[in-house]
Ligand binder design. Structure first.
Ligand SMILES: [Zn+2]
Ligand SMILES: [Zn+2]
Ligand SMILES: [Zn+2]
Length: 164
């Protein structure tokens, strides 16, 4: 998946592999270490296109035989978010692997499907500039322009249309 919502029946193993490859490259570039636990947590996140809570990640690790205390998982999530390898989805108190990287321009818009839980991200330069201008008018400097928009993804909308 490059951007947008994953197509039904897409090669999901490739999604996971792409996310890990990008993380390895990003860490190499920034000189940070993708430790086995960091890698494993990112992999668990990438396995789902719906964001996962920290405790869900702990559970998934446990199921695959990797015991990691919640505190360590939280620390890893902080690392992944600060390196731009994962995002925190505030309204769900959960985390999403990022497989695309971001330039600093524009606002990141998370599209949250209320039916299947999938989250896709898109970037909008125009919205970012507009927001910065509106915020600037009240003397506010935007730092992490992130929006979360709820709605229905294409495959859930198709499923709805079939029922009608
Ligand atoms: Zn996928
Ligand atoms: Zn992202
Ligand atoms: Zn959906």
């Amino acid at each position: 998946m490059k951007s947008g919502f994953p197509a039904p029946g897409h090669d999901h193993a490739q999604c996971v592999a792409d996310t890990l490859t990008r993380a390895e490259e990003a860490c190499e570039e920034s000189g940070r270490r993708l430790t086995p636990l960091r890698r494993r947590v990112l992999e668990a996140l990438a396995e789902s296109h719906a964001p996962l809570g920290a405790y869900e990640i702990v559970d998934r690790l446990k199921q695959s035989g990797d015991q990691a205390p919640a505190m360590s998982v939280y620390r890893v999530l902080d690392f992944l978010v600060s390196e731009g390898l994962a995002h925190r989805i505030e309204s769900r108190n959960a985390f999403l692997a990022c497989n695309r990287g971001h330039d600093t321009e524009g606002v990141v818009v998370f599209l949250l499907c209320e039916r299947c839980g999938t989250v896709a991200e898109v970037t909008s330069g125009a919205v970012g500039r507009d927001l910065a201008r509106a915020a600037g008018a009240v003397g506010f400097e935007t730092r992490t322009p992130v929006l979360e928009i709820k709605g229905l993804c294409e495959s859930c909308r198709r499923a709805d249309a079939l029922k009608r």
